[in-house]
Design a binder for this molecule. Sequence first.
Ligand code: B3K
Ligand code: ZN
Length: 850
Amino acid sequence: MTQTPPETIYLADYTPPNYLIDTVHLTFRLAPDATRVISRIQFRPNPKAENDQFFLHGEGLTLISATIDGAAVTPQPVDGGLTCPVPNAPFVWETEVEIDPAANTALEGLYMSNGMYCTQCEAEGFRKITYYPDRPDVMAVFTVRIEGDAPVLLSNGNPGDTGKGWAEWHDPWPKPAYLFALVAGDLVAHPDAFTTSEGRQVALNIWVRPGDEDKCAFGMDALKRSMVWDEEVYGRAYDLDLFNIVAVDDFNMGAMENKGLNIFNSSCVLASADTSTDADFERIEAIIAHEYFHNWTGNRITCRDWFQLCLKEGLTVFRDQQFTGDMRGHAVKRIDDAIVLRARQFREDQGPLAHPVRPASFVEINNFYTATVYEKGAELIGMLKRLVGDEAYDRALELYFARHDGDAATVEDWLAVFEETTGRDLSQFKGWYELAGTPQVRVSETWENGVYTLHFEQETQPTPGQSDKVPMVVPIVIGLLDETGVEVVESHVFEMTESVQSTSFNGLKNKPIPSILRDFSAPVSVHRDTTDAERTLLLAHDTDPFNRWESGRILVGQTLAKMATDGASPSTQMLDALLAVARDDTLDPAFRALVLSLPSQEDTSASIAASGRVPDSLAIHRAHETLRQAIAQHMQDILPRLYATMQIEGAYAPTAVDGGKRALGNTVMRLLSQLDGGTTAQAQFAAANNMTQQVTALNCLVEIDKGADALAAFEAQWSHDRLVMNKWFGVQVQMAQPQHAAQVAQRLTEHPQFDWKNPNRFRAVMGALAANSAGFHSEDGASYDLLADWLIRLDPINPQTTARMTAAFETWKRFDVDRQARIKSALNRIQSSANLSRDTGEMVGRILSA
Ligand code: B3K
Ligand code: ZN
């Protein structure tokens, strides 16, 4: 048990900083277990301060000396930092502290990865480097000197003087401490250059460990495309002479947007045809863009406090989604985004971890880097854009950048620029930031005297700490089709603002078929009783690609839920509808692949739970296998030819077009292995000249329990490559038969390459276990126990990664009493482990309070 209950921080308690900073000089004397950090900080009293108390954050620092205006002082240690009497006028504060990067396994602050020094300061890691007002509304100009024997010494901003064993850096743009970064190590650069629309010559580098140079070209190309895109679409040009990206193996998340020195988890930047899948390439491109786009949405305009996290994250995710859509096609991107939102954010909203896009309180802010803040946060931007229109959105953004450049801003500031540009009152819209939960929209229809009316009702279930919900503004894009599938009313936005509301259509000859929530125009769940015939018609004819896919998804999803609960069989009508999509060569292969892939078992479990029943994970697993078998049989005549036509001659290219063909080919291969015992997958595995083909074949073989030889061959081929080996670890656990999943994961933790302190490797095994729905929820509770054991072991060395992975248990209330009891006891065991971190303590406490 944690000794004193950790403090809860409230948005309502925000007060401005008492002291502001003009300039900071930092000197680092690097040594693995005794790095000295000397700071010289020019403070001045904040005219907006509410009192004159001087407080600096600091954690795990050994204070060597402190002075004010050159005179020695003795600061008083207080909880979380120090305090000291200071002059009521500008003053210079200097300290020297000692820290131990080699012992820093939490990967927050200054730490070491493979002998290389690196930092991660967001959200509150800078306080582990030196004493400082570690809050985003204190922005300062940083000058940094690094002394150390590493060949490469990097920090933010533009390079300054350099000599043997030292380098200086100056960042002219005021920034909060969370954007500080330092890297020192034996690194090689993949260099390039870019000239901005303003004529600035920018040197670009991707820094990697020697040996990884050949995996940088794609990331560099993605960076340059991102730079062009932000100039063309948002009018935002880069503002330093240098932009560095560094790849690091030990990293708690994907990447970090430090000013001029982005640090990346190596899995999110290193790419090559041999070692990366199409999905990896797309993810790498999106993350490079995301971090680059933060330069304006996050860095030039930052957040006043951590409650405003969505201000930078929601907007930046929205921007990276737009970018990917422009690069790779909007239809498929929108479907992909909706799949992710539903799988992660709707799941969050349905359980004990539900929270608003802008939370009102937290214990540990790192626990709020969530799908709600990021992905739902991005949906709010999309809704706003749809409500005000594209042109007004552009004007509002212009005003936002002009007015708030250099500011630490709030959600209120953001909404105000839209209100001022459009004259629209956004007070109801603000509810989307403040209320948790997914609105459930129920739709019914009437057809009377030639008037067709759609009736809508919205309701949001209570979420933790929020029992009363009010209606939201929901932009619902609607179109109407006639019974032959011809569109009779084009897409338009119906703005729902009340709990109950209707919209009518005149002048129609016959009762139409509605296509509702086109383009997934709001993060809500739509419920409408309709026939399979209507769904089939929409799947065949809807002009909106999202709803076309959605109709198929509902047909299949409802079938799976019925199969798993009532033992029903798939209807011929549904199988025919899927067959029609499969053989329609006019459709984009990537789109066909999406229609032909089943929803995840987790999706089926969630939808059964949403209908008030207890999901049986094993029955769901069997239903998925049975349906895949039925689809394969129904399509057996066309599958071999379809597979053949999707094969690509010549060199691999990570393009959307080729990737779409591979996606469809691989979906077909998975169906074929239901019929051919894996011969197609075996042949593909043997012949593959790229990782997409190789690892999807491996997946297939493991799924049908014929993976032993391929796994051995894969391990022999790739044991030298840590990123590829993560795939090898992951696939065995995720595709394991449910009854074996825990045992497979347990066995892999004994593998010599299971480096559990590396977050990527830990997630490859334990994340895959949680993602194997039936295996994780196996009746004996073995997976719960195994995950709990490992989280208890990891927490003392890495609280962030531990806390994040506890979300595997967030759905526990869905299950039967036996499983609930087993999960609860696993959670209790975590909660009562000695010295539990604040991070994990908060998460487990919230999950248990369900
Ligand atoms: N801003 C970082 C995330 C920091 C996470 C801190 N626990 C990456 C991103 O969203 O771009
Ligand atoms: Zn971000």
